[in-house]
Ligand binder design. Structure first.
Ligand code: MLC
Ligand code: AMP
Length: 478
């Protein structure tokens, strides 16, 4: 490792023998750590060619591929901030993020045809700068201070308005290393990677512990039950969201034999019910290690290996301090935390207590052994299939519809998705037949209400505030 350089890249690529396989790609050639080093060097040349320099933001909305990971590493090498976006976002949603990131550098899929492009087949206008490049022409690995920004991920925290969480080289390294430690990841581990790579779960939490240790990853383009069942026998670790496990459990082929070779199953990003934990154990004879995280903090807590306590999210990771603060909100402190919200000193200040603890917005308790149990959130945030959905964003769009006077969006419990989006609408005078509005240009599909309820009025408290709790209580029994 270069002396005095805190660049995360040097840690992620330094531990592995360059001849070791990093990525198995079903249907394509495997890639070694050395191959990824070379490809990321080419990406660094490409970034130079488009004029992206240290501190610039590169907004990236591309399909999952090993090139997307090489690009993440290329950004680290050049000091360019990697800003990944959900591929489901509409152009209108992407425009808002690009404006907030204040950058000319947008990289999308070839079909979107706006800004530079990168396809999963190795073609695209950005890759024209990359493919023929000589890795030896890459600039020296950017000399990073520990708190230099590495990436920025948009999240709405507890407030509902999207903010860029600026994550540092040191924060990502300490979180990856802590996870490798508590999950006992070694170079012999082999992860089945099915998560999207535009959120911290798939991008950092799943990749970094393995890469820090020189492990191997079977890299699937998405979560599909058939593909997971096919590749489970090759791997030792599976990381997922609860929806992945409910889908696997619905398939009779998912049984003890299918899981025999694995030593670790993790779940997080959304609550897992004790019923799913129990069904998993009854079906496979194994347990799921549930952990709890957040874009701003990386992983905060994890259950212990071998002795998970279903219904809890375990204890704080090494280096992460946790306490239960005012209104039972989980508060944390430690080097994993975000540096700041991008150009939002107000929001950064509001996220901390006066004595310097970050307020997660999650409501929980902690027992004498430090084991944390979450019971809800202080905001109206909906989590569906591991994606966060902010009611306000949907309500704003619905309220522009001429049929609608006002609206309120809540999450209802759902076995497959955890929660599903339900919209309550009050209709304008004279509207009798409500027609579901076309939201396709305004909102990503996963945010669209799955159920509509026309009501005469919204329940309000004496202050006039809509009582979401009352609406949530109308959810029919599961
Ligand atoms: C897809 N759809 C969803 C959805 N995902 N609807 C609600 N919630 C979701 N999460 C909808 C699409 O809009 C589409 O609708 C239909 O489902 C099929 O789309 P798809 O893309 O084919 O879906 P599928 O591949 O089955 O995706 C489901 C999924 C995916 C569970 C595999 O959502 C997923 O990978 N989730 C993981 C999310 C994740 O990684 N979260 C980490 C956040 S980080 P239609 O109507 O068009 O048919 C974090 C911190 C931490 O929270 O602690 O980890
Ligand atoms: P995000 O903003 O996408 O990073 O989502 C972070 C949020 O996901 C947290 O604040 C929690 O509300 C939720 N979350 C993550 N892991 C868990 C878990 N194991 N149980 C319950 N909620 C979780």
């Amino acid at each position: 490792m270069t002396k005095g350089n805190a660049n995360l890249y040097l840690h992620l690529m330094g531990a592995g023998d360059p001849t070791r396989v990093l990525f198995h790609r079903p249907g394509a050639s495997s890639l070694t750590y050395g191959d990824l080093a070379d490809r990321s060097a080419q990406m660094a040349v490409g970034l130079q060619a488009i004029g992206a320099t240290a501190g610039d933001r590169l907004v990236v909305q591309v399909e999952k591929s090993t090139d997307a990971i090489a690009l993440w590493l290329g950004c680290l090498r050049t000091g360019v901030m990697f800003v990944p976006l959900n591929t489901a976002y509409t152009d209108a949603e992407v425009d808002e993020f690009v404006a907030d990131a204040d950058t000319p550098h947008l990289l999308t899929t070839p079909d979107r045809n706006r800004g530079l492009t990168m396809g999963t087949d190795g073609t695209g206008s950005f890759l024209d700068h990359v493919n023929g490049a000589n890795p030896a022409d890459a600039p020296d690995v950017y000399q990073a201070a520990p708190t230099d920004p590495a990436s920025m991920l948009f999240t709405s925290g507890t407030t509902g308005r999207s903010k860029g969480a600026v994550l540092t080289h040191q924060g990502l390294l300490t979180n990856g290393a802590a996870l490798a430690h508590v999950w006992q990841i070694t170079g012999d581990d082999h992860l089945l990677h099915t998560l999207p790579v535009f959120h911290v779960h798939g991008l950092f939490i799943a990749l970094h512990p393995l890469m820090l240790q020189g492990g191997t990853i079977t890299f699937l383009p998405r979560f599909a039950v058939d593909d997971v069942l096919e590749h489970l026998p090759e791997v030792s670790v599976l990381m997922g969201v609860p929806t992945h496990y409910t889908r696997l459990l619905a398939d009779p082929r998912f049984d003890r034999d299918a899981c025999a070779g694995l030593r670790l199953f993790t779940s997080g990003s959304a609550p897992m019910t004790t019923q799913v934990h129990e069904q998993f154990t009854a079906t496979t004879g194994r347990t799921i290690t549930e952990r709890y995280g957040m874009t701003e903090c990386g992983i905060i807590t994890s259950n212990a290996l071998g002795a998970p306590l279903p219904g809890t999210v375990g204890t704080a990771l090494p280096n992460m301090e946790l306490r239960i603060g005012e209104d039972s909100i989980v508060e944390v402190r430690g080097p994993h935390l975000l540096d700041r919200y991008w150009r939002r000193p107000d929001a950064t200040a509001a996220a901390y207590t006066t004595d310097g603890w970050f307020k997660t917005g999650d409501i929980g308790t902690m027992d004498d052994a430090g084991v944390v149990t979450l019971s809800g959130r202080s905001s109206d945030l909906i989590i569906s299939g591991g994606y966060n959905i902010y009611p306000k964003e949907i309500e704003k769009v619905l309220d522009t519809d001429p049929q609608v006077v006002e609206s309120a969006v809540v999450g209802w419990p759902n076995v497959e998705w955890g929660e599903t989006v339900v919209a309550f609408v009050v209709l304008a005078d004279g509207t009798t037949d409500f027609v579901e509005p076309d939201l396709s240009d305004a909102l990503a599909r996963f945010k669209h209400p799955r159920r509509w309820e026309v009501v005469d009025e919204l329940p309000r408290n004496t202050m006039g505030k809509v009582q979401k709790k009352v609406l949530r209580e109308r959810a029919p029994a599961l």
